[in-house]
Design a protein around this ligand. Structure first.
Ligand SMILES: [Fe+2]
Ligand SMILES: [Fe+2]
Length: 255
């Protein structure tokens, strides 16, 4: 700053420091708490702004992969991340942004990967926010590595939590409900007792909720990357086993 350099600045800094030192301890403590509250409220405003940006990407989403899925993944991230000691700010932003590339994947008929596209959009967005560089890089890594099928493996704790949260939303009671919602979207029948689910084609009228469970959902519990995620996945898996055991009996008319 012109006119406020060198010795004068040092003297000023010493004066401010000296004044601060003369404050009663409770004033210094109050100042410290106010600084923390201010930075927490700035972070909250950043997260809400990013949430609004992300929500706009879901206006035409199919119900099995809509904004409600993102909201559930956010809640799961807050729970698992809290238990595992992860950075909840990185997780909140990553959860809200993790599927923003999905419409690009859908319109490209799967030639584009929504995790890669989402990470690219997020990188441009995050440039505008005053977040530490390591947090930005972690968020981008979380989005890139959350997909079941792509080659990037979650490396950070936050990426592992997001991966688990996203997969947990595909199993349990919500997972079953989503599987039948998806079956309805592709025009599948409720159930075909004459068709081996392992032989049925995806995106056909045989792509039933039971096929989705047999081929995909029943295997998810073994893919979890965090302790809490694994614990929740086993519990949700047991519920699905009980549901489909009962479902097949009802189809046979024996209960
Ligand atoms: Fe995804
Ligand atoms: Fe997702």
């Amino acid at each position: 700053m012109p006119g406020f350099t060198g010795r004068a600045a040092m003297t000023g800094a010493r004066t401010v420091g000296a004044l601060h030192d003369r404050n009663p301890p409770w004033i210094n403590a109050l100042e410290y708490v106010l600084k923390i509250m201010l930075s927490a409220s700035i972070m909250q405003a950043i997260i809400e702004s990013i949430r609004d940006f992300a929500k706009d990407h879901f206006s035409d989403a199919k119900y099995s992969h809509d904004w409600e899925h993102t909201e559930r993944v956010y809640k799961l991230c807050m729970h698992i991340g809290g238990v595992e000691g992860a950075d909840l700010e990185v997780l909140a932003i990553s959860a809200y942004l993790h599927d923003i590339g999905r419409s690009l994947q859908d319109t490209s008929k799967g030639t584009l990967c929504h995790a890669e596209q989402g990470a690219r959009i997020a990188a441009g967005l995050l440039d505008a926010y005053p977040l530490p560089q390591e947090k930005k890089e972690n968020i981008i890594h979380c989005i890139q590595s959350h997909r079941f099928r792509n080659s990037r493996h979650p490396e950070t704790l936050e990426a592992k939590v997001l991966f688990d949260a996203d997969k947990l939303d595909a199993i349990g009671a919500v997972g079953i409900a989503r599987a039948y919602l998806f079956a309805g979207e592709v025009g599948a029948v409720l159930h075909n007792p004459d068709m081996d689910p392992l032989m049925a084609k995806s995106y056909s009228k045989e792509d039933t909720g039971y096929r989705e469970y047999t081929v995909k959902l029943s295997k998810i519990k073994d893919k979890m990357l965090t302790g809490e995620g694994r614990h929740m996945a086993h519990e949700r898996h047991s519920f699905m086993e009980a549901f489909f055991e009962r479902f097949l009996k009802e189809i046979q008319g024996i209960v």
